[in-house]
Design a protein around this ligand. Structure first.
Ligand code: FAD
Length: 372
């Protein structure tokens, strides 16, 4: 089957790119290996500046109606310190990835994208002007072709031909995510968590659920884990034992479903165009999750790519690479600095934020959430 463009991965980046291209009249294939709805390791918070892209995709109203309460204040929970930023603002809302990703995928289909799901890209070959994608679909196979390939397959354990697998190392960040019902921090508060060897976030999501997500160094997790203890249980215990604000927010809360794990998470900037293929979302570049901006960067970056491809076709590479760097470079740098403060010199950073709580608002604005 022949298409104008093939998008690999129906996460926020892939579905947004597919929706935009299909709405622009292109024949688009959207390929996703997992069945939806599916839960995913993620804090689920989507910052307010991204809501405009959701509106363009036709899912803004549904998102706002289904998502959790508006986050109005940023906070910090670290050890027995609890700091709450003085300024209030509409920072954004959180919605479970089982809902958000399904919403965006359905919007792409409604715009005319042809969905292959569950279907996994296994090989990618250039033949003349086209790329041929061999898809594994159940026990069978299918080959589809297009002159434009958009790789939006995420970055955690993404396999060749879209990414190179790297060996494990002690400083790897492993990610975890849990949903609770019953507990909550103060209404409208989204605290950043800083604990020994890691960082995380707590936010009220859809349906009254509380979402706790975090990253922890592989060596810190190994040190915290008791014999026979599951990794997810060890991380939750480690955070609750060391972070009073979390223990208080989770008092009486009940864990829903299993704790999800993912990783290693390796933030950084990667090529946005290579070997004739466009990369977007986490595959193009990934900020430390400490700033909770990955979904926003994924949909904003895919929107940028979609717009440029509609206007310029395959010649959009240079404009896309430069535009991506301009839009997200500062956010990646800010995220890296905040992650270093949370992971390393935790005490001086906490003391500073305690003395000047407005730094939390400033940090949120710097990380892409708009000015307070
Ligand atoms: C602990 C943690 C907390 C986070 N919290 C937040 C937050 O609160 N807010 C926020 O904005 N961001 C957050 N993020 C970041 C966010 O989750 C990611 O940046 C975002 O998911 C990236 O979207 P994506 O579309 O690039 O990739 P993904 O969401 O990973 O989607 C990629 C898709 O591609 C599919 N795929 C992979 N390989 C293939 C293949 N070969 N063939 C077909 N399909 C394939 C996958 O199944 C997947 O569905 C967090 C991350 C972590 C680790």
């Amino acid at each position: 089957m022949e298409f104008d463009a093939i998008v690999i991965g129906a996460g926020p980046a892939g579905a947004t790119a597919a929706q935009l291209l299909a709405a622009g009249g292109r024949q688009v294939a959207l390929v996703e290996k997992d069945t939806f709805p599916r839960r995913k390791v993620c804090g689920e918070f989507l910052s307010a500046p991204s809501h405009a892209v959701l509106d363009l995709c036709g899912v803004g109203a549904a998102f706002r109606a289904q998502a959790g309460p508006v986050v109005r204040r940023i906070g910090l929970f670290s050890g027995d310190t609890i700091v709450i930023a003085p300024q209030e603002k509409d920072w954004g809302q959180a919605l479970g990835r089982e809902h958000l990703d399904t919403m965006l995928r359905d919007a792409a289909m409604a715009a005319g994208a042809h969905l292959f799901q569950p279907a996994e890209l296994v090989t990618l070959q250039r033949r003349g002007a086209d790329y041929h994608c061999r898809l594994k679909i159940g026990d069978g196979e299918n080959t589809i072709a297009a002159p434009i390939i958009i790789a939006a397959a995420g970055s955690w354990r993404t396999k060749p031909p879209l990414a190179v697998l790297r060996p494990e190392c002690p400083s790897d960040l492993l990610a975890f995510k849990a949903h609770f019902c019953g507990g909550a921090p103060a209404p409208g508060l989204m605290p950043l968590l800083a604990f020994a060897g890691g960082y995380g976030g707590l936010v009220q999501s859809d349906g009254g659920r509380l979402s706790l997500s975090c990253c922890i160094r592989r060596d810190a997790l190994a040190a915290a884990r008791r014999p026979g203890e599951r990794a997810g249980d060890a991380v939750l215990r480690h955070i609750k034992d060391s972070t009073h604000g979390v223990a208080a927010a989770l008092d009486g809360a009940v864990l829903q479903e299993n704790v999800l794990a993912a990783g290693p998470i390796r933030p950084g900037i990667r090529p946005r165009f290579a070997g004739g293929i466009f990369f977007t979302g986490n595959l193009a570049g990934e900020a430390h999750p400490v700033i909770a901006e990955g979904i926003s960067m994924a949909i904003q970056g895919a929107h940028l790519l979609g717009r440029l491809l509609l206007a310029q076709g395959p010649g959009a590479a240079a404009a896309y690479e430069a535009g991506w760097l301009r839009a997200f470079g500062p956010r990646l740098v800010a995220a890296s600095l905040f992650a270093r403060a949370a992971l390393g010199a935790r005490r001086p950073a906490t003391t500073l934020v305690k003395a000047v709580p407005a730094l939390l608002t400033w940090g949120a604005a710097l990380s892409g959430k708009g000015m307070a």
